[in-house]
Design a protein around this ligand. Structure first.
Ligand SMILES: Cc1ncc(COP(=O)(O)O)c(C=O)c1O
Length: 567
């Protein structure tokens, strides 16, 4: 066992003299195993305490307050030691983070994480495998490949292990998976003589922006991504796709890929995959299905049919960190034919020379050093079983359906469209409120909720009109929880409208002199977690509390794009 080295008390500012010994007591190894246990236990205890205490998804601290806290840390200052550094980080990060497990967090595509996956994350972080070459990752490589096969099997791809069987690779997220898929499609076309200038990708206008960004990064022309028309809910129209294919054929350009989305980011709608696959087969074009959001249906026992036709894709994006309750990052690109991955392979003498017969995952990846994210999914499947995960996916879809029902009968709100998954789009627009004012309320309401930290909702634009969005990915959230969020939305909207009416006739109320309108005291020391509940205005007070937000209207009107974020 190596001996414990003396601790360094002064910061190391210059290179040590030759022969001088470095302090390695902070490195993880056998000799520091006890310190490792203590360190991780302290972190776990702290996070556990916060999880028990937390009652809302965000502290509500303003960006300038957070900036002050961040700037106050001297990164070149004297070292404080592991414990103190972690304590300091928890006081910054954990105290002011966004908690995705809170039932009133309903903004973006973030899910609460499965406990077995969090345990696995601790394991893989400490062991620190890089799943690039087999000689660095051994069994991790084999486990990742097994999960790729499992996912391909769920999609319905043939998993033969032969050259014509399915394959894939874990990636950092849906953006990278989509990019890699389109890179493979571009290379297939390029290698058969298609020029970059004539390459076209067909998708809908509501496909994820990573499709357009990929086209840019792949050197395709600015107009390479052609928007195919949709039905009223944003699903790709097969008729429109057929027409667009014909139109592009006539111009002499080449469609290198059609991107269908199985779960659009805003509406959670699934393109008609079977009909799209028919057309792609007919013209021999690459069908990529972006199932970053909808992949959870692969394990649903009641909704798997919504993905019918996904097995006819040539490549599929799956984001386990969206719909499989996995910690970020955990995503994969799965291809129907393993030879399609070949263009990614790049050989280096030091790493993976071509004569190397070992299963090197780096040959299939855009990354070289890569996390063993697959371990988290592995442990989750073993702990909960695919049906256990699928039941949670069904629960969030059921919840969204129930919220849709509620809103359909609420005169203050207008539902915007429908969903196949778990988003809810809506506007606060009671009878008599004109559309322009309802438009303006969308960012303001979102902002009031964000500032309060009590509930987080998103906003987006559908068919040219702003609306609020709930993304429900928490199977623990109840209908009552989401009704609570909707009540906060209603109260905030009432408050904003009342404040606006008052502003026309009275001096603007000043929150600094009114004890009930004052914001929580968030001085440099950070806000006291235990007092958060009291510091934040309670729900029934929102109507009054938001009176001070009359100034917000001007701010937002002045610069709607910033959504007043800089405060
Ligand atoms: C449909 C869809 N595809 C791809 C992505 C990108 O995924 P990631 O954020 O993991 O890169 C998203 C993200 O929201 C998405 O909704």
């Amino acid at each position: 066992m190596p001996s414990r080295l003396p601790a360094v008390t002064q910061p190391v500012t210059s290179a040590p003299a030759p022969g001088a010994r470095h302090d390695t007591t902070a490195l993880l190894r056998g000799a520091t195993a006890s310190a490792y246990t203590e360190t991780v236990r302290d972190v776990v205890d702290d996070v556990a305490a916060r999880l028990r205490a937390v009652t809302q998804p965000f502290s509500g601290a303003s960006r300038s307050e957070l900036q002050g806290l961040v700037d106050a840390v001297d990164l070149d200052g004297p070292p404080s030691g592991t414990q103190e550094a972690l304590r300091e980080a928890a006081d910054l990060y954990a105290k002011h983070t966004i908690w995705f497990h809170e039932p009133t967090y309903a903004a973006h595509l973030n899910c609460p994480v499965a406990l077995p996956a969090v345990g696995a994350e601790a394991m893989l972080a400490a062991i620190n495998t890089s799943v690039d070459t087999y000689d660095q990752s051994t069994i991790a490589t084999l486990m990742e490949r097994r999960l790729v096969d499992w996912t391909a099997g769920r999609i319905g791809f043939p998993v033969t292990g032969r050259a014509d069987g399915a394959d894939g690779i874990f990636t950092s997220g849906g953006t990278q998976s989509n990019f890699q898929a389109l890179f493979l499609a571009r290379e297939k076309a390029r290698r058969t003589g298609t020029r970059l200038e004539s390459m076209r990708i067909l998708a809908t206008a509501v496909s994820h922006f990573s499709v357009a960004k990929s086209a840019l990064l792949l050197g395709l022309p600015d107009d390479a991504v052609v928007a195919v028309s949709t039905d009223a809910d944003g699903r790709m129209s097969p008729d429109a796709l057929a027409e667009t294919l014909v139109d592009i054929e006539r111009t002499g350009d080449t469609v290198i890929a059609v991107v269908a989305t199985a779960g659009t980011t805003d509406r959670g709608c699934i393109d008609p995959l079977g009909a799209i696959a028919d057309l792609c087969d007919a013209v021999g074009t690459w069908l990529h299905v972006d199932a970053a959001y909808g992949c959870g249906l692969l394990v649903s026992t009641t909704r798997r049919h919504l993905l019918a036709g996904i097995d006819r894709a040539r490549s599929v994006t799956v984001d386990f960190h969206k719909s499989f309750f996995q910690p970020v990052s955990s995503s994969a690109l799965i291809v129907r034919e393993r030879t399609d991955l070949a263009p990614v392979a790049w050989h280096a003498d030091y790493l993976n020379p071509p004569e190397n017969a070992e299963p090197n995952q780096v040959d299939k990846s855009l990354q070289t050093t890569r996390r063993f994210d697959a371990l988290k999914l592995w442990v989750t499947l073993r702990a909960l079983g695919p049906d256990g995960v699928g039941a949670m996916v069904d629960a969030v879809c059921d919840l969204a359906a129930a919220v849709h029902q509620d809103l359909a009968h609420d005169n203050d709100f207008r539902l915007v469209g429908t969903t196949d998954l778990s988003t809810v789009l809506f506007r606060y627009q009671p009878e008599g409120l004109d559309a322009a004012r309802a438009d303006a309320l969308v960012p303001q309401v979102r902002r009031v909720l964000f500032d309060s930290g009590r509930a987080l909702v998103a906003k987006t634009v559908i068919d040219g009109r702003p609306c609020l969005k709930l993304t429900l990915l928490n199977p623990d959230a109840t209908l009552a929880d989401i009704r609570g969020v909707l009540e906060l939305v209603r109260s905030a909207a009432h408050g904003l409208l009342a404040g606006e009416a008052l502003a026309g006739t009275e001096e603007p109320p000043c929150r600094d002199v009114h004890p009930r309108l004052a914001r929580a005291d968030l001085d440099g020391a950070g806000l006291d977690h235990a007092n958060l509940d009291h510091a934040n205005l309670d729900h029934t007070d929102l109507d009054h509390a938001d009176l001070h937000r009359t100034d917000l209207t001007t701010e937002l009107d002045a610069d709607p794009d910033t959504d007043g974020e800089t405060r």
